[in-house]
Write a protein that binds this ligand. Structure first.
Ligand code: GLY
Length: 373
């Protein structure tokens, strides 16, 4: 089966994202041209190491590349100062040089943490992303946002550091738990909703095959998502404007994640899906898009057996005032004003600060009411 290549055209920081099956096994031949000496440092997590580290090490060996590896605990708590410090010191202990390449092998947590370590060790070392979750393949491995969480909020410490290559092995997705896969799918749907109604329509038809494991449908979904992200990142690498479109659903999502303690009660991609549904509902109430649009968004998410409503989140949620207050912690707050990504229709998102907080509060009250009713 064909590997697709998406070029991220960022001048001297340009790189390719390869999407297809078998890329972990081919990692050696893919990475070899980047190396000055045949040695790489791999950072991964316990879950990925168990399933795929041997295959990666063998894939590198096949091209004469030796590797050292560091395995961190799996989970969001790893994106923190202690594990960051450990990673940085390990890279220095292993005498990883400025001209070497570090491999981030895992989901979004590993990609963000390792990318940030690569950005600062010896003032910047190149790194390759080998994302193993759907969310990391379609979003976090591409575009150069790296970092860790602070006690004050998620992703508040970090740097822009573009990878030198991304290898999105679609076969690896076969080992994901269904819940994790569907959470990543939340980000895939987001691309259709924010900028491509034809892609959304394609997902309405083919989403179930993507979810069931049809490899060519998976390659198409990942490749299309990555190429949309690449286009936006090339237009606005450091998020001065258009890149904020990628945050469709995220203002609501971040409040819900904070309200659920960044726990298993709500995975990030699940929050994005619920947040997209709320963003379309808000857009319809503000008369920006038709009433049919939020229904169509919800229908697709329900078809995919994803979380759509606040009632799909287990346990209690705070009231609408508390949720609105949590939104105020969002990174996108400018001059104390909330910024939302709203839509004029499916595939027509835009960024605005022109939203009446009372309207958001009413929306949340209704959404919470549906929950208890
Ligand atoms: N995940 C949003 C961005 O990369 O800008």
């Amino acid at each position: 089966m064909m590997t697709e290549v998406v070029h991220v055209d960022l001048g001297e920081r340009a790189y390719d994202v390869h999407v297809g099956p078998g890329l972990v096994a081919q990692a050696g031949e893919m990475i070899a041209p980047l190396l000055r000496r045949p040695k790489v440092a791999i950072v991964t997590d316990e879950n990925v190491a168990k399933l795929h580290l041997d295959a990666l090490v063998e894939g590198l060996k096949a091209s004469g590349i030796t590797s050292v590896s560091l395995t961190l605990p799996a989970g969001e708590a790893t994106k923190s100062w202690p594990h960051f410090e450990r990673t940085v010191e390990w890279l220095l202990e292993e005498r990883i040089e400025r001209s070497d390449v570090i491999v981030a092998f895992g989901g979004g947590v590993i990609g963000d943490l390792v990318g940030f370590a690569a950005a600062v060790v010896r003032r910047g070392i190149r790194f390759v992303q080998i994302p193993t979750s759907l969310l990391a393949q379609v979003d976090s491995s591409v575009g150069g946002k790296t970092g860790i969480n602070a006690p004050q909020g998620k992703n508040l410490i970090g740097a822009f550091h573009q990878p030198s290559m991304v290898l999105a092995d679609t076969e690896v997705l076969g080992t994901l738990a269904e819940r994790d896969f569907l959470a990543g799918y939340g980000e895939v749907v987001k691309y259709g909703l924010l900028g491509d109604v034809d892609f959304f329509q394609w997902l309405e038809t083919h989403g179930p095959s993507v979810s069931k494991g049809d490899l060519s449908a998976r390659i198409r979904a990942v490749q299309h998502s990555v190429s949309m992200k690449a286009d936006i990142v090339v237009r606005d690498e450091t998020e001065q404007g258009d890149r904020a479109l990628l945050n469709l659903g995220h203002t609501f999502c971040h409040a819900l994640e904070a309200a659920t303690g960044y726990s298993d009660r709500l995975l990030h991609g699940e929050g994005v899906a619920i947040g997209c549904a709320l963003a379309f509902e808000l857009s319809a109430r503000m008369g920006l898009c038709s009433q049919e649009d939020p229904s169509r968004v919800r229908a697709h998410l329900k078809d995919m057996k994803m979380k759509v409503d606040l009632s799909d989140i287990e346990g209690d949620l705070p009231d609408e005032d508390a949720l609105l207050n949590l939104m105020g912690q969002d990174k996108k707050v400018v001059d104390c004003k909330l910024r939302f990504v709203l839509a004029k229709g499916i595939g027509e998102a835009f960024v605005t600060s022109d939203v009446d907080p009372e309207m958001v509060k009413t929306l949340l009250r209704d959404a919470l009411g549906t929950r208890s009713g």
